[in-house]
Design a protein around this ligand. Sequence first.
Ligand code: GCU
Length: 828
Amino acid sequence: MTIETGLDGWLRYAPHPAETSNSYRAISNIIVLNKSKTSPVYTAGKEVQDGLRRILGQKIEISGELSGTPSSSVIIGTVEAFSSTCGKIPEIPELKEDGFWLNTHAENDCVHILGENERGAIYGAFEYLMRLAQGNLNHVKSASNPSAPIRWVNQWDNLDGSIERGYAGPSIFFRNGEVVTDMTRVAQFARLLSSIRLNAVVVNNVNANPKLFSKTNLDGLRRIADTMRPWGVRIGISLYFDSPKKFGGLPTSDPLDPAVNDWWKDITAKVYEKVPDLVGYTIKANSEGQPGPLSYNRTLADGANMFARALKPYGDGVVMYRAFVYNHHLDESVWTNDRANAAVDYFKELDDQFEDNVIVQIKWGPIDFQVREPPSPLLANLRKTKGAIEFQVAQEYLGQQSHYVYMAPLWREILDYDMRIDDKPSVIRDIVSGERLNWSRSGYTAVLNIGSDSTWIGHHLSMSNLYAYGRLAWNPLASSVSIIQDWARLTFGLNETIIDTITKISMESWPTYEKYSGNLGIQTLCDIIYTHYGPSPGSQDGNGWGQWTRANAHSIGMDRTVATGSGNAGQYPPEIAAIYENIETTPDDLLLWFHHVPYTHRLKSGKTVIQHFYDEHYEGAAHAQTFPIEWAKLEGLIDDHRFKQTAFKLQYQAGHALVWRDSVNNFYFGKSKIPDGKNRVGNHIWRIEAEDMHLSGYKTVSVTPAEAASCGKAIVTESNTEPGTAQKELSFPTGIYDIAVNYYDHLGGRSKYEIFLNEGSIGFWTGDLQDKLGHDFSEYLDGHSATRITFRGINVQKGDILKIIGQPDGTELAPLDYVSVLPEGTID
Ligand code: GCU
């Protein structure tokens, strides 16, 4: 089996077994109806040639003219180019922009791949190849059209090569302040995007740097655009609002100042000179410290319209103006303050004031890509102004690609939600497509964080999210299950065990993550002040960021009702508002999003809120343990390289899920003092605290937050050069055990550890997760760095001495939290 790095993603075109390839009729010729090398039609021809060679072993020439009566040919072009030579095909219905017609059994054994435009033609070619690659040789004769014209991704890449919320290596676009020279990865990326029918990428971070406008970088943008264009992918850029001041040397960036407007017109002309098909500008303004029109006492519309007017002379360029405008110094002591209100508060009253090429880009939830939120009420509050929904393929709050969470089910839940605008059906996918409110241009965008890593995204399984996003943006009715099945076939192979295992893990991943991270709509209880990764439920409150839970000793949740709270429920159309206003009709999974209740409040299940928290965390963490076991079934069925990398990540996730479980449960037990009805929280009979071991060269330290350590304490070596030893006589009955060591792996060094039973070594490891995982690492002992390693099937005699020797490195002092000696099958 060949080593696969993941670089081809779902476009591996694995060879079919001989029986299948032989049963497929031979293609004699590929005819491309545009031979210019920069045309997506030509690229499509090359791709089909390559795909047929790899999948079916057929070597086929690309030839030219469509003349005479071609037979056994794949004909690729636009509908128009085809009709002008061969006449109209009456069966082809009216296609939308980017749509295509695919007929695999046209007359004379030809395959017709005909796009409404050239982009449509390449989409059709990929459809044809991906069907073949899945062993689907059925006849197809159908048209396919996108649900919406805007199907973009936003990379948050910085000019220095770092990626905000990127977990897979440095940027493929930028390095050291400039656009890279080698465009190899850019072309490969464009190919992936094109295959899932995404038509544009905004290449730089929304927290933008005006140096993007330097002459060198404008040339660089031209290179990126030229590289992506043959794949039908256009580029856009994010703008820094204060560029006229910071880059142009003007005294102000006031959007009503004529000189500022001229500056933007001028720079826009320069950008279009290099990138004549720029797709537009994305703007994050007056958000998280970014300047914007409000900084000049102008409205958000004044700001957006300035860019819109600058773009107008150049075709269809749009301004994607982000609705993510909020005050991050909000005062929590005011009960009615609520960040979730911000988008509607800012944008609703401006509804009729935007130029027609402005689109408001709205995060799917009111706060920030949490594990569960209701849909953003702004999606139901714009009428004249067009909107686009913003998803996040990057798993910023969902385990940062060190945990696997398949997000299609979450996105489907949002897209299927009926907002009941004017008491009429108003399903979000129909709002986003433009159909419900008659918007002429609208659609989808998603924050993406691919980097230079060969996995693109840091976790082989997480690539399913990029694939699913493309599929849903094209057809929001596609089912999460069929998407993951297609993806698994294309990415890993056609074997049923592969498909079933990946489907099972994927479909269970979001509910599992929700269970061990944050329940009942309380949000992902990660550390929101630092890395957004590991658990830190206390970090949500006591600051101005407004991701509050308002947890105190007795009660928890945001009161977002109109009657007694922030009024956020009232921002939804009346039928929806009535549901959330009333605690009885609010679904349990959003209870704490909309209501502040005692921990003893009973849910519809009959459980109290606090018991539900405890139970869900136990269930979720237990379920995460099944993922590596399920995955192990694929050993030998898929290539070893991806098998092992993924096995390692799922094992890591299983260990970290236990960290999540204990941190969150200990935190709320500490706050509420209400014990777990099942007596699990704080009661770990198989656990040995490191601080209770006999220590030499090690000392006990308190961990912050306390719930990130078992009993609030851990041990670290006394020096940063000399090893420490922790040992303990075991009093468990003689038997076979799994021995799990919970330790911390943070930035600053790569400590080494060895574990012994009596004098026999049972294993050793290095604290080098920073080399193996991509999530945002911490410098401290906390919920991000807490992790576990397990040694299985160890024969333990009562009275054996367990010993760990830790060798510190740099500022990482071989930290240890506890050891669990677990009878087989016990999870703790
Ligand atoms: C989140 C994220 C930031 C990002 C912001 C945005 O808050 O943590 O890194 O800049 O969203 O969407 O602009």
